[in-house]
Design a protein around this ligand. Structure first.
Ligand code: ASP
Length: 585
């Protein structure tokens, strides 16, 4: 028996009994006549004591030879500690060791296994197995497991069945590139790894599994943005015989359940906002509504004066930043420079200080009267003491820029409190989105999303105006879930493919299996998928999803621990019938 107790278990009530513990050497303190060793495992730390009076000399010597992270097993008696440590649960006792076995030695670890480590990100990733011994990482993994257990519990209580779908498939378009896997047995042919189980879960609905879920890996070969992983986990769900309302109801229920079970927080009915409103009020389809600073559109009150920048703009729009009227000239200049950074891309910014005495001072006083500025204050909801920041230009761009400023100001003002949870549904997304580069429309969600009833005809005349039965669940400025009611008849699906630029042959080659299935009694259906990594990190009150993934990839999509991706040898290439013709550098 390696252990009778864990290293986090012993208390005063155990004093006097003999125990066996196994774990890692966390720390050793040698005072000459007495040696203390902290032994650590997943559950905690227990102090071991060896001393000249009570311990055999050879044992004391072995204890002195222990290095950090050695794996040891000890047998000894639980005794009361002379100086207690109230910071740890085992702090009242120690174990007087009678037997010590070194189970394995360890090299000195490249960074300290402490809550605050001296290891940088790269080093920690290279030795992730050591990083996982640290409390912050370990606790995040335990937290993630708890969340997934609760998800499974809730959904199975609601009658959902967990079904696994294959990883070696054909492309499922979710707007990214596919990772492909060459098939050795089918020369020149490739599988694609699923960007999501979308088509399979729809086929499960045709198969009559009317409530499906799966906690599943998805793979998307995207240019990596900060905090994106090429493989990530979804809570993927689908239901048959449902309307949008049914889906929102069930998954609002799941989210509320998680907030309650995991965070102890009760949330009322989630607000709903149309995509158009979200864009107009927050410049963003995943608004953070933990704080205000809603957009005030100023065209009406700022145009047709002598200020040509505004007159020429499609949109003039501002926000009131609480309490920022007292910013110094230097701080204001810095703010203007912030919006002009290439990452934000504004050409400039007009601002108005709303003085505490009710007067205004702006960068455009030449063009606007106090009364004009009072109107701006009204539209943006500015109060005395606030700073109105105004951007102008092309509508979408300007909204995106002001949204970036709104988030930045909220961050600076400490309004993005990770312990406050503000979920909402964003609904009525456009069905299609114009790709500025190619001039083609593509599906904003995916090609299987159904248009709102009665809007199919609009596809011919005004495609951008067509709204979809699509919805996102947004939490604290993050899209944590998204889904739609699907098309479930072959004719509509064919029309959809046509509008997405597929020839009938291409559609048949790529999605013939789905169109075929739709001819055998496909029920009305719809679903949603949650991004589990992001959900867990938000519930855990932290920003980065990497910290909640056991073995994440870095920002260049590499696993630096196992050193992947990596070249494969010629033999393997030959077997796969792949010829690599990479010019040598
Ligand atoms: N497959 C979709 C996605 O990955 C989710 C859904 O429509 O259910 O975003």
């Amino acid at each position: 028996m390696y252990r009778s107790h864990t290293c986090g278990e012993l208390r005063e009530s155990h004093i006097g009994i003999d125990v066996t513990l196994s774990g890692w050497v966390h720390k050793t303190r040698d005072k000459g006549f007495v040696v203390w060793v902290d032994i650590r495992d997943r559950y905690g730390i227990t102090q071991l004591v060896f001393d000249e009076d009570r311990t055999a000399t050879s044992l004391l010597e072995t204890a002195r030879g222990l290095g950090r992270e050695f794996v040891i097993q000890v047998m000894g008696t639980v005794i009361e500690r002379a100086s207690k440590n109230n910071n740890i649960p085992t702090g009242s006792i120690e174990v007087l060791v009678k037997e010590l076995t070194v189970l394995n030695k360890s090299k000195t670890p490249p960074f300290t296994i402490e809550n605050e480590t001296d290891g940088g990100e790269d080093l920690r990733m290279k030795y992730r197995y050591l990083d996982i011994r640290r409390n912050p990482v370990k606790n995040n993994l335990i937290f993630r497991s708890k969340v997934t257990m609760e998800v499974r519990k809730f959904l199975s209580d609601q009658g959902f069945i967990e079904v696994e779908t294959p990883y070696l498939i054909k492309s499922t378009p979710e707007g990214a590139r596919d990772f492909v896997v060459p098939s050795r047995m089918n020369e020149g042919q490739f599988y694609a790894l699923p960007q999501s189980p979308q088509t399979f879960k729809q086929l499960l609905m045709v198969g009559g599994m009317d409530k499906y879920f799966q906690i599943v890996k998805c793979f998307r070969d995207e240019d990596l943005r900060a905090d994106r992983q090429p493989e990530f986990t979804q809570i993927d769900c689908e239901m048959a015989f449902v309307e949008q309302e049914d889906i929102l109801d069930v998954f609002e229920g799941l989210t509320k359940y998680l907030l309650k079970e995991i965070k102890g927080i009760s949330v009322d009915k989630f607000p709903r906002m149309t995509f158009d409103d979200a864009m107009a009020k927050y410049g963003n389809d995943k608004p953070d509504i933990r704080f205000g600073m809603e957009f005030g559109e100023l065209n009406e009150v700022a145009q047709h004066k002598d200020f040509n920048v505004f007159n020429a703009a499609e949109l003039v729009v501002g926000i009131a930043v609480p309490g920022a009227a007292e910013y110094t000239r230097k701080e204001l200049d810095a703010l203007v420079n912030w919006v002009k950074r290439p990452q934000v891309g504004a050409l400039g910014m007009v601002y108005v200080k709303c003085n505490p005495d009710g007067t205004f001072k702006s960068t455009v006083d030449k063009f606007y009267s106090e009364e004009d500025l009072a109107n701006w204050a009204k539209k943006t909801g500015a109060k005395p003491g606030d700073l109105i920041c105004v951007l102008s230009g092309e509508t979408n761009k300007t909204r995106t820029q002001l949204s970036a400023l709104r988030m930045e100001m909220a961050q600076r003002l400490g309004l993005r409190n990770p312990e406050v949870f503000a979920p909402l549904w964003v609904v009525d997304f456009p069905l299609l989105e114009l790709d500025e580069e190619t001039g083609h429309y593509h599906a904003m969600h995916h090609p299987f999303t159904s248009p709102k009833p009665g809007q199919l005809e609009l596809l011919d005349t005004d495609p951008a105006a067509v709204r979809a039965n699509a919805y996102d669940l947004v939490l604290n400025g993050n899209e944590i879930g998204g889904g739609s009611i699907r098309i479930h008849d072959a004719e509509t699906q064919a029309i959809m493919f046509k509008h997405l630029g597929f020839t009938p042959e291409e559609a048949k080659a790529q999605f013939g299996f789905l169109m075929d299935a739709f001819q055998y009694g496909a029920p009305p259906h719809g679903g949603i998928a949650f991004g589990l990594d992001r959900l867990v990190s938000i519930l855990g009150g932290q920003e980065t999803i990497r910290d909640f993934i056991a073995f994440p990839k870095n920002n260049s999509g590499r696993d630096v621990m196992i050193d992947a991706p990596a070249p494969i040898d010629d033999e393997q290439l030959k077997e796969l019938n792949l010829k690599l013709d990479i010019p040598s550098k």
